[in-house]
Design a protein around this ligand. Structure first.
Ligand code: HDE
Length: 717
């Protein structure tokens, strides 16, 4: 056991050391040029006379500006905006029965990971809260080589074949004539494409749900999307679907909040992840797998190779096999988060691909894109991309080669180098592909088993609570409502009516349009070369699972009641009652939440007890959308809060977004919407101290926070 621990520690240390090469946080270093020449003056350029022209000879100036001129590299074509963290992965029990993957054998082994979360459509400088899928890419630095699980926070994808990916991305990116809109799908080109591609319908349901506007990167699920294979030492294969389940549960904000957060703090997610890790609140996910025996490949009413389908958890349960903890922020955004290069083709013995045509296309794309983004085939030598496994081969040279290969041999077979590097036998860890039999005609076509585009979209919609359905309807009303072209809206209504009639009717109502009585048939779009034969006809296959709780964030069993790391705004002003603040703050901190004092100005304010209270944020900086709950302590501040428009707006917004509001006295809320309501004293999620007996107040507030939102405040659609 001691050895196992040491081994685990070694592999973590090795990666840490690897990444610290050239770390530039020294405190005792003199400034030099890139050639190591000590610099005496970095403030003035070399000139002919004090007021004279700068001299071309000034190599220090030229070197500095030339390097600066080349600081930027192309941003990722998709997933440009990201944030990442280091951590480790640990399996709970050996998975030997299913896979020989080294990092899944030994519960004592901590495999270092680097995980990058991203939005898909926006540029590097766009907002975190865009309605979008989130990338969830994990690089495992295993002893057998790097394994990348490059997934998303949604378990399905828009398209079935990689050949449509450039079209999808062209459609969703800002329109080419005016480069608008940024990081948004609510525009004509996106919905034009979607409305002509029925296979996108299932993913559209997920993207229109609140899954596309997470509360935090720490509170979203992750999925491998494609079906992969586990291969064991006996070379037996099982199909596998990967799931990441967040320990804090899966949570979202609402669309109105998302849009406002984008203005108030476009780094909301990025900052939340960074601060959680800095404060020692290390985010954690469990890795789950759905394992399907090879013999069951054709037993489902959908095709396992189709990336627009899930395997409902009711048919194949998710088995939790390990955990990932993110415990260290990057030292340098560019060197690590920007230069990390993921690739679904980075696999290790024990894991293999299937013939999912989307996955197959990805296997080519990622290396190709790194070549233009990172500028060299040697991107694997960048510290964040280096493997901790010994790396040795006959690849040589190229732009920015770091390694100085010694010796004459750079070919195989050789005798001059004694035959080195040697090929590894399978029992020495040599990789071999799963020996799948393939016997087929060469065709540009798609399997009939891929032609059901609606039934899982219906399954997703049916699995939601009424509140979640309303949010999907409102999202569609928003997105389609922004389109200029009526024909696209109508075509979309036709597609929605094939998912659910009420859904289509409700969206149509918001758009002021009618659902077409017979939906437009897709003409030769997304149908492959056999389009001319009109062979393809989308169909709906009856699903054995009618509703799945795992698909709803509200019903989901992983929804956690914990309020750990949640942020509570305390609205205060001069004369606030300090004893109330102390009691609530202590109770919240005990539950793992954070209290922030918001007041008219920064610095300190005087409490009713005569003490100075430190202010965290002024009303000018803070906003309800940046917090999970609000508390208004009593004292002499009621007068001020009732006359301050910002404080009133703060409380009204918290109410609108269905958040918990606590106050020492009901009168403090006199100028808010809450006070005007008929059932004002009975509302759920409004906790008033004077009505509870003192002891229960903080408990009731914290219990209410555990419910997260009080959706009954939302209007019926
Ligand atoms: Fe990607 N994708 N993708 N993708 N993808 C990229 O690679 C691509 C797809 C995903 O944090 C690019 O290094 C194709 C599905 C993530 O660095 C590029 C297709 C899933 C990230 C690329 C897909 C993903 C990327 C751009 C259709 C979920 C960010 C920059 C066949 C399973 C990784 C880069 C990071 C990034 C291609 C579809 C996940 C261009 C051709 C499905 C999380 O290579």
């Amino acid at each position: 056991m001691k050895n196992v621990k040491k081994h685990a520690q070694d592999s973590e240390n090795r990666k840490q050391q690897d990444l610290k090469v050239n770390k530039s946080d020294a405190t005792d270093q003199m400034m030099t040029t890139d050639q190591g020449l000590k610099i005496n003056d970095d403030t003035n350029s070399l000139k002919a006379g004090e007021r004279g022209p700068s001299l071309l000879e000034d190599f220090i100036l030229r070197e500095k500006i030339t390097h600066f001129d080349h600081e930027r590299i192309p941003e990722r074509i998709v997933h440009a905006r990201g944030s990442a963290a280091h951590g480790y992965f640990q399996v709970y029990e050996s998975m030997e029965k299913y896979t020989k993957a080294g990092f899944l054998q030994d519960p004592g082994l901590k495999t270092p990971v680097f995980t990058r979360f991203s939005t898909v459509a926006g540029s590097r400088g766009s907002t975190d809260l865009a309605r979008d899928i989130r990338g969830f890419a994990v690089k495992f630095y295993t002893e057998q080589g790097n394994y990348d699980l490059v997934g998303n926070n949604v378990p399905v994808f828009f398209i079935q074949d990689a050949i449509k990916f450039p079209d999808l991305i062209h459609a969703v990116k800002p329109e080419p004539n005016n480069e608008m809109p940024q990081a948004a799908s609510a525009h004509d080109t996106f919905w034009d494409f979607i409305s002509l591609m029925p296979e996108t319908m299932h993913t559209i349901m997920w993207v229109m749900s609140d899954r596309a506007i997470p509360r935090s990167l720490r509170m979203m699920e992750g999925f491998g999307v494609h079906t992969f294979r586990f291969i064991n030492a006996k070379n037996e294969s099982h199909f596998v679907k990967f799931h990441w389940k967040p320990k804090l549960g899966t949570h979202a904000v609402v669309w109105d909040e998302a849009q406002k957060i984008s203005g108030k703090n476009s780094d909301f997610h990025r900052q939340d992840l960074w601060e959680a890790i800095e404060n020692g609140n290390f985010p954690e996910w469990e890795l789950g797998v759905q394992i399907i025996p090879e013999a069951d490949e054709h037993k489902f009413e959908f095709d396992l190779l189709d990336p627009t389908k899930i395997v409902p958890e009711e048919l194949v349960p998710v088995t939790i096999i390990g955990k990932m903890v993110l415990n260290r922020n990057p030292d340098n955004f560019f060197a690590e988060t920007e230069q990390v290069a993921f690739h679904p083709g980075h696999i290790v013995p024990g894991i293999d691909f299937t013939n999912d045509p989307l996955l197959q296309g990805r296997l080519f794309s990622y290396t190709d894109t790194q070549l233009s983004r990172l500028g060299s085939p040697n991107f694997h030598e960048i510290p964040i991309n280096r493997t901790i496994a010994p790396m040795f081969n006959n690849q040589r040279d190229g732009h920015m080669r770091q390694e100085i290969n010694v010796g004459r041999g750079s070919y195989h077979p050789n005798s001059l180098g004694g035959g080195c590097p040697f090929q590894a036998k399978i029992d020495e860890g040599g990789f071999t592909s799963f020996n799948e039999r393939i016997d087929a005609h060469k065709v540009r076509d798609r399997s009939e088993s891929f032609s059901d585009h609606f039934s899982q979209a219906t399954l997703f919609f049916n699995s939601q609570t009424q509140v979640e359905k309303n949010h999907i309807i409102k999202a569609l009303r928003f997105e389609l409502g922004k389109l200029e072209t009526i024909a696209i809206k109508t075509r979309m209504l036709g597609l929605l009516s094939q998912i659910d009639k009420t859904l289509a009717d409700k969206v149509a109502q918001g758009l002021g349009l009618k659902v077409p009585s017979s939906p437009e048939k897709p003409i030769n779009h997304g149908v492959g070369a056999n389009a001319d034969k009109q062979k393809y006809e989308p169909k709906k296959v009856t699903q054995s699972v009618k509703s799945s709780d795992a698909l709803s964030m509200i019903k989901n069993k992983t929804l956690s009641k914990t309020i750990a790391t949640r942020q509570v705004a305390f609205l205060c002003s001069e004369g606030v009652h300090q004893a109330s603040i102390n009691a609530m703050k202590t109770a919240l901190e005990k539950a793992g939440a954070t209290a922030k004092v918001i007041a008219p100005h920064l610095g300190t304010i005087k409490t009713s007890e005569g003490n100075e209270l430190a202010v965290d944020q002024s009303f000018l900086i803070a906003a309800s959308v940046l917090f999970d709950a609000v508390y208004i302590p009593g004292g002499k501040n009621a007068g001020f809060l009732n006359s301050n428009a910002e404080a009133i707006e703060f409380i009204n917004e918290a109410y609108k977004h269905c958040k918990v509001i606590g106050a020492d006295e009901f009168e403090i809320l006199a100028k808010t919407h809450i006070y005007d309501k008929e059932d004002k004293n009975e509302e759920e999620g409004i906790i008033i101290n004077s009505k509870t007996n003192d002891k229960n107040f903080t408990k009731e507030f914290i219990d209410a926070m555990g419910n997260h939102r009080f959706w009954n405040r939302e209007a019926e659609l």
